[in-house]
Design a protein around this ligand. Structure first.
Ligand code: TIU
Length: 220
């Protein structure tokens, strides 16, 4: 077992039974003109973590972790999109509308692509998810079970929405979850800070957090 200097206490894991889950590093959330910007957010905060996520992917690849990339996305018909997700709020562009990077959050559109700097390599798992959590309406649970995965390391965007939802789903399913603090980001600094706190509070009630340097020190 490898042990990461994490909070609220050390995180032990075996790379052979651990997957890195990179959540929704899509142009739609990170680049101007996408869904994140349409919701009124400043996307520059998210752009800043791209090199750290790329370094985390390189580390995970060197050590043979299973790698899963997710995309928040919908079928072109939007039949898999809950009505509330389509209609709630007042974004400048709604899911399915045509924006500068194609139809917002629709599979196969340019904006739905994962950023080149953190793009999946051949053999890595790419999972389209219609919800905020990556277990809802996807094959993720079956994929991880078939691979014998027991531990999950998380990165991606946004910390309090899709990352935290997926961590909570995973924690309830029995996975030991570690969030890499500098490889995740929110449009709202206070929400990121609160999410890190609530994950590791009460004895790690959702899981662990650690910076990338701590994971690298444990592995290399
Ligand atoms: N709005 C926001 O913060 N996030 C999302 O809508 N999706 C993800 O977090 N991927």
């Amino acid at each position: 077992m490898i042990e990461v200097a994490a909070a609220p206490f050390p995180y032990p894991f075996d790379p052979a039974t651990t997957a890195l889950i990179v959540i929704d590093m899509q142009r739609d959330f990170v680049e101007p003109g996408g869904f994140g910007a349409a919701l009124g957010n400043d996307v520059e905060r998210l752009t800043a973590i791209v090199p750290t996520v790329a370094a985390l992917l390189a580390l995970a690849r060197r050590h043979g972790l299973t790698i899963v990339h997710t995309r928040e996305s919908h079928d072109a018909s939007l039949a898999d999109c809950p009505p509330a997700k389509l209609t709630r709020g007042a974004p400048s562009l709604r899911i399915g509308d045509v924006g500068p990077m194609g139809r917002i959050l629709v599979r196969g559109e340019p904006g739905n692509a994962i950023l080149d700097a953190v793009a999946p390599l051949d053999g890595e798992i790419v999972l389209d998810k219609p919800g905020k959590g990556a277990f809802y309406a996807t094959a993720l649970g079956d994929i991880l079970r078939l691979k014998g995965i027991t531990h999950l390391i998380f990165a991606g965007v946004t910390t309090e929405v899709c990352v935290q939802t997926t961590m909570r789903e995973a924690n309830d399913r029995g996975y030991d979850c570690l969030l890499i603090e500098d490889a995740t980001e929110s449009y709202f600094p206070a929400f990121k800070a609160a999410t890190l706190d609530m994950i590791r509070a009460q004895g790690g009630i959702v899981g662990w957090t650690a910076p990338l340097a701590a994971l690298a020190a444990a592995l290399e």
